[in-house]
Design a protein around this ligand. Structure first.
Ligand code: NAI
Length: 480
């Protein structure tokens, strides 16, 4: 019986291991973490992350062949295959600060594996890591191995939050990179045998280690680049009277471009895109590839520009000041169907509005007040360090209130900003909302979810990203 242990019970470790346990009943899977609270939540009815379909998968396997534990060393020692899915945040200080990946957690996990192992192991990089990390890990393991053989594989995860379970059940591809030696190939085959229990053989790709590591960074860079490209177009659409949805539809019909990931928005977020591009940029710079580094840097610059542009639109439309005005923020998570707020554009938009002294009333169906307050007070990049290393009791931002309903958030507000595309926002009774707001009443739709014409008929002044401008906004041009 194969024993798997996964270090890191987060957004990746939890769902991926639960699906392996479900699909491979003969494999025993232990997911371990240093965070006692996180493991307790995985063992309770209130899982630590919200992901459609996850509850059911966990309930079916937990206690059967899926276990969550804080006894990291015991489960690592017993495992044949050890996945490492710990955080790989952006470095906050020292060499490469603000760009390079901080491999502190990875390195300490590798040293611990070397310390406690008494049998040969396959160590799998599940976290997103810089190219050539496997080489460093190999060195740590082999210098401390006591004669034990470790094979390192790179098996980056491509799931998207919000559709993680669906993505894991039916992945576009599973990528496994390993050494081109007989031992390396044997290790690749062992991991392939696990995935082959539910993933068609032709979707399991095998490469060398460096290609697998780089493919993950490249995939995220390409995805983020697509969002920045359509967002750059949205600015031009607003300037020219074109409609970004029509442009996206027209270009998406080209089979070389394809229709997915072409929605203009207030900007991309999530724990990975920015972090992984910064990391890619740093690797390019270290290799003397300045032009390549600058090319990818621009993807992040356009994303920052898009968030600033949105804030400027809000402020300039409302007579160039939002001081003491109540603004409702609908949606705080970085996208719908997740409670994850890491790098959500809502943080920058809210901070921008607070900088102009607005009063914010925030509603998100999956994000708690504690999380929102924490996000609005935390320093850049601190969010991606393990919870026990984050500031203990964040200060609260007094101009922010968090409520549990969109109607309450918008009551007496001057404006509404829609920052997450939750389905429920499409079904709101906007007449009721309008009746309870200050006039003129504004809607700034950062996700293009509302029916602009319908809202204008009710009386709202509506800004929708990349759509022909409301006459009001034409008269109040933003500094963009
Ligand atoms: P996360 O922050 O949700 O989970 C990481 C967990 O590792 C935390 O619970 C932390 O307590 C634990 N940890 C850290 N050091 C540890 C140690 N030495 N021993 C035991 N546990 C330890 O992070 P998430 O989102 O799961 O990401 C993990 C990795 O996967 C990152 O490299 C990320 O870039 C990558 N990734 C994330 C995706 C996502 O959608 N969130 C998608 C694909 C890859």
């Amino acid at each position: 019986m194969v024993k798997i242990c996964c270090i890191g019970a987060g957004y990746v470790g939890g769902p991926t291991m639960a699906v392996i346990a479900l699909k491979c009943p003969s494999v025993v899977v232990a997911v371990v973490d240093i965070s006692v609270a996180r493991i307790a939540a995985w063992n309770s009815d209130q899982l630590p992350i919200y992901e459609p379909g996850l509850d059911e998968v966990v309930k079916r396997c937990r206690g059967r062949n899926l276990f969550f534990s804080t006894d990291v060393e015991k489960h690592v020692a017993e495992a044949d295959i050890v996945f490492v899915s710990v955080n790989t945040p952006t470095k906050t200080r020292g060499l490469g600060a603000g760009k390079a990946a901080d491999l502190t957690y990875w390195e300490s996990a590798a040293r611990m594996i070397a310390d406690v192992s008494k049998s040969n192991k396959i160590v799998v990089e599940k976290s997103t890591v810089p190219v050539k990390t496997a080489e460093a890990i190999e060195k740590i393991l082999s210098h401390n191995s006591k004669g034990i053989n470790f094979q390192i594989l790179s098996n980056p995860e491509f799931l998207a939050e919000g559709t993680a379970i669906e993505d894991l059940f039916n992945p576009d591809r599973v990528l496994i990179g390993g050494r081109e030696t007989p031992e390396g190939q044997k290790a690749i085959q062992a991991l392939k045998d696990v995935y082959a229990q539910w993933v068609p053989e032709d979707r399991i790709l095998t490469t060398n280690l460096w290609s697998a590591e780089l493919s993950k960074l490249a995939a995220n860079a390409f995805l983020a680049q697509r969002i920045s490209s359509v967002n750059a177009m949205s600015a031009l659409c607003e300037a020219t009277g074109a409609n970004v949805s029509q442009v996206s539809h027209a270009i998406g019909k080209d089979t070389r471009i394809g229709p997915k990931f072409l929605n203009a928005s207030v900007g991309f977020g999530g724990s990975c895109f920015q972090k992984d591009i910064l990391n890619l940029v740093y690797i390019c710079e270290c290799n003397g590839l300045t032009e390549v580094a600058n090319y990818w840097k621009q993807v992040i610059k356009v994303n920052d520009y898009q968030k600033n542009r949105f804030v400027n639109r809000v402020v300039s439309s409302m007579f160039n000041t939002v001081s003491d005005k109540k603004i409702a923020i609908l949606g705080f998570a970085f996208k719908k169907d997740t409670g994850d707020t890491r790098e959500t554009p809502a943080i920058d938009v809210c901070k921008g509005l607070l900088g102009d002294k607005a009063k914010l009333s925030i509603y998100d169906p999956q994000v708690t007040e504690e999380q929102i307050q924490k996000d609005l007070t935390m320093n850049k990049f601190d969010w991606d360090h393990p919870i026990h290393l984050q500031p203990m009791s964040p200060a609260t931002v007094k101009q922010v209130s968090v409520v549990w309903d969109a109607y309450q958030a918008s009551k007496d507000a001057h404006g509404i900003c829609i920052l997450t595309e939750w389905d429920e926002f499409k079904k709101l009774d906007f007449q009721k909302i309008y009746d309870n707001m200050q006039k003129p009443a504004f809607v700034f739709d950062g996700r293009n979810v509302v029916d602009v014409e319908k809202l204008r008929k009710i009386g709202f002044i509506v800004y929708s990203i990349g759509k022909p401008l409301d006459p009001w906004l034409k008269d109040m041009p933003a500094m963009v």
